[in-house]
Design a protein around this ligand. Structure first.
Ligand SMILES: Cc1cc2nc3c(=O)[nH]c(=O)nc-3n(C[C@H](O)[C@H](O)[C@H](O)COP(=O)(O)O)c2cc1C
Length: 443
């Protein structure tokens, strides 16, 4: 039977998910390189018993920084500090499969799994754009299919590296002078693939979770396939109940061919709540953020997503759907591109309206209302198989998170939809995921 308990991840992003959040009177843009700021957010999320928090990453700085906050601490370095300032909450960090080597990454996540005592997850992304490639000695970003083929092999290599050690490989036999059972309990990987050649073994013992939790955030066809095969959590942007349900059904259906059961993957759509004591108070909070939007930034953001220069069109004119590239020629985020096009078609939006419509959380589902109204929507999504939980994206920090933990979480708890205490210690336990036994043990 499907559990009614939902999983909640907090997506931590500098001053918040609304693109004007840094201009909100209560946010602190000057703190985004201050670890105490993140410790405060992490502890607040932990006090509400959230499953995990998540830090995104991009390997590039663009001129858009002129208008919007961006650029900050590197995720894994930040998470290692959060690991020692928290006890139970899961810690998920992004590392790109296109611009990193599996051996380093397997080792960093295994280390972080030890440091956090089994609370870490890896969000694998393939990254976007030639603008990233040029920071890594390449002229061009690999094409979409190639990136995903590489990512698929990359994940296999990481899992293999984490399985090089059995749990009981270390003997510490001081008497006999045998430290580790190298012959029977540690094995090389001998991986020779299309993209990677990795001998192994990994130079760190098997970590508390066996494998850090595998998270995926691509929603294109290739992204869904990779998630169905390998992911244990998927983050996705879905802007309606209907699209979330069809995404959910599609990904869960694909899992069968990889011999996986539906429960082995938790689907967490993005969810950005603007919370007020009354609906009109929530609307005022939303307006306060929307009034601070800088159109120039919105134009840069949408030009990137739609792969067209929107500066050449009138701001109050229609979004030029006829001039957009066909979806099969989209080089960056295909799923995001399709979602925006659908939004424009359904709602007949001007460029300015599309900027405002997507400023709150880049197109993720946004809702302004009371805690009860918000909990109603969350309940409906979870009970109708649109989601296993949510990737919570407060519009501004810390106020938006305070509202969520003090108003929405208790409402969910009262309805029996969310835990009131942690029952486990590791992120796998919070998510109800099995600990992989490891290759050698399963023979
Ligand atoms: C919630 C969420 C978080 C993401 N985090 C990152 C990130 O940290 N770094 C990144 O390069 N891409 C990130 N992405 C983008 C995805 O990895 C992916 O590129 C995007 O969803 C497009 O995938 P697609 O080409 O399969 O549609 C994120 C996407 C979502 C929905």
């Amino acid at each position: 039977m499907k559990s009614n308990h939902m999983h909640l991840n907090l997506f931590v992003l500098n001053t918040g998910h609304h693109e004007a959040s840094w201009r909100h009177p209560d946010t602190m843009p000057e703190k985004i390189t201050d670890i105490d700021y993140y410790i405060q957010l992490a502890q607040m999320a932990e006090s509400a018993k959230l499953d995990s928090l998540f830090i995104a990453d991009a390997l590039v700085l663009t001129p858009a920084i002129q208008y919007k906050i961006g650029a900050g601490l590197e995720p894994l370095t930040m998470l290692s500090a959060l690991a020692v300032a928290t006890e139970r909450i899961g810690l998920i960090g992004t590392v790109s499969t296109t611009y990193s080597e599996p051996y380093n990454v397997a080792r960093m996540f295994a280390s972080l799994d030890f440091i956090s005592r089994g609370r870490v997850g890896w969000n694998s992304v393939t990254s976007v754009g030639d603008i990233t490639a040029v920071n890594f000695g390449r002229d061009q970003h690999p094409e979409h299919g190639d990136r995903y083929a590489r990512a698929q092999e990359y994940v296999q290599v990481l899992k293999g590296l984490w399985d090089c050690w059995q749990d009981d490989a270390l003997l510490y036999d001081k008497q006999a002078g045998i430290y580790a059972d190298y012959d029977h309990k540690i094995s090389p990987l001998h991986h020779q693939g299309q993209y990677y050649s990795v001998q192994g073994p990994l130079n760190i013992p098997r970590s508390p979770q066996g494998h850090p939790v595998l998270v995926q955030a691509g929603s294109s066809d290739a992204g869904k396939e990779l998630a169905a095969e390998t992911a244990e959590v998927i983050f996705t942007a879905q802007n309606s109940l209907a699209s979330a349900r069809s995404f959910y059904a599609d990904v869960k259906r694909r899992m069968a061919k990889y011999g996986r059961s539906r429960d082995e993957l938790k689907i967490l759509p993005g969810f950005s709540p603007i919370i007020g004591a009354t609906e009109s108070e929530a609307r005022e909070k939303e307006a306060m953020l929307n009034e601070r939007i800088t159109p120039a930034f919105g134009l840069i953001r949408l030009s990137n997503s739609l792969e067209i220069d929107l500066f050449q069109y009138p701001l109050d004119g229609p979004v030029p759907l006829e001039d957009l590239p066909p979806v099969d020629q989209v080089k960056g985020q295909k799923a995001r591109f399709e979602m925006l096009v659908e939004m424009v078609r359904n709602e007949n939006l001007t460029i300015r309206q599309l900027i405002v419509r997507t400023a709150s959380a880049r197109g993720h589902y946004t809702i302004a209302g009371t805690a009860k109204q918000i909990a109603d929507v969350m309940e409906e999504w979870v009970l109708t198989e649109a989601a296993d939980g949510f990737n919570v994206m407060p519009p501004y920090f810390p106020g938006g998170l305070e509202d969520f933990v003090s108003q929405v979480v208790p409402e969910l708890q009262n309805r029996g939809l969310f835990r009131t205490e942690y029952s486990g210690r590791t992120l796998r336990e919070h998510l109800g995921l099995k600990r992989p036994s490891g290759v050698l043990q399963s023979v």
